[in-house]
Design a protein around this ligand. Structure first.
Ligand code: SF4
Length: 315
């Protein structure tokens, strides 16, 4: 006799998963392999997702930490997070074929930082130390031109050389709410601080956080699919908890779920960071369905239609 399954409501956040920048970066590696054959070298994880990286490895990508680990006679792709200026310079010096998969929305932040610097402004970058995107943005300008601010406390302590000539920029994948608090401190202390033309936190980060916020309150558990290294995925866990979910955890995929978390749950929320493939969401829903009598409801806060063109070399 088969045991009857207990009912479980599954709320599915939308938008979730792949953004236009991740989609483009993956296509760049695939196209580079098609055009140049294997192997194609990729400096850093192309996007922060283990499944994506492993699939690309299977079709002929080799991931390296630094450019000098790649031979000069093979093409190299730079990751979606962006790279310091010294990296393409080094590739040109070594006469390598390189393809830059930096997300256009990260490049936009780079251009803005350069514009402020050229206008003689000191720049405050709100972001997380050591994240590749932050390393890449800091590396657009000479050392000391940009000061990294990670917290409200840092913003309170920041002492510019000239308070009348400062601008701020942000990492694209931050918490919208945390960043607003840091910006509020900077604007209170330096009312004339120049702000980005349009939010630096990208549309995908903003929409995924808005979706999880809408979904979280009735959830006993929110499962966020994403890798430990994925900044935007980790922010989704924090946003879910702050928006009222009883529990929220990051899971690499269905096999990583601690099912005891769902033991007393009646409603489980599911979302995925911008670098997580939709297949992982489908597998997770199927895994929940194998254990519970599920009713799945998608909560969509907005539609997305952003598409970025591929670089000419692989278009
Ligand atoms: Fe670009 Fe935003 Fe996606 Fe990052 S999360 S790759 S900035 S669209």
């Amino acid at each position: 006799m088969t045991q009857e399954k207990r009912p479980m409501k599954v709320l599915l956040a939308a938008p979730r998963g792949f953004c236009a920048g991740v989609d483009r970066a993956i296509q760049i590696v695939e196209q580079a392999i098609t055009k140049f054959g294997t192997p194609v070298y990729v400096r850093h994880e192309i996007v922060h997702n283990r499944h994506v990286v492993e699939r690309l490895e299977r079709i002929g990508a080799i991931f390296v930490d630094e450019l000098d680990e790649a031979p000069v006679d093979r093409p190299v792709v730079f990751s979606a997070h962006g790279v310091p200026k010294s990296v393409p310079e080094e590739a040109r010096r070594r006469e390598m074929i390189y393809i830059d998969a930096t997300c256009p929305l990260v490049s936009k932040v780079h251009v803005e930082a350069q514009r402020h610097h050229a206008a003689g402004m000191e720049i405050v970058l709100i972001g997380h130390a050591g994240h590749p995107e932050v390393v890449g943005t800091l590396g657009q300008l000479p050392e000391g031109a940009i000061t990294l601010v990670e917290t409200v406390g840092d913003a309170e302590k920041f002492e510019p050389k000239d308070p009348a000539r400062i601008a701020f920029a942000t990492q694209t994948t931050l918490s919208v709410d945390d960043t607003a608090e840091i910006v509020a401190v900077l604007q209170r202390r330096f009312p004339g601080i120049a702000a980005p033309h349009k939010e630096d936190i990208c549309y995908a980060t903003t929409n995924r956080q808005a979706a999880v916020k809408t979904m979280a309150e009735p959830c006993d558990v929110v499962l966020v699919i994403g890798s430990e290294t994925s900044s935007n995925s980790k922010r989704l866990v924090e946003v879910a908890l702050r928006a009222g979910a009883r529990k929220a955890v990051l899971v690499e995929d269905a096999s990583a779920v601690d099912w005891s978390l769902l033991e007393t749950a009646q409603t489980v929320g599911v979302t995925a960071g911008a670098s997580a493939p939709e297949q992982l969401v489908e597998d997770l829903i199927a895994a929940i369905g194998a254990r519970y009598d599920t009713a799945v409801e998608e909560l969509r806060v907005t539609d997305e239609n952003v598409v970025f063109k591929l670089p000419r070399l692989v278009a």
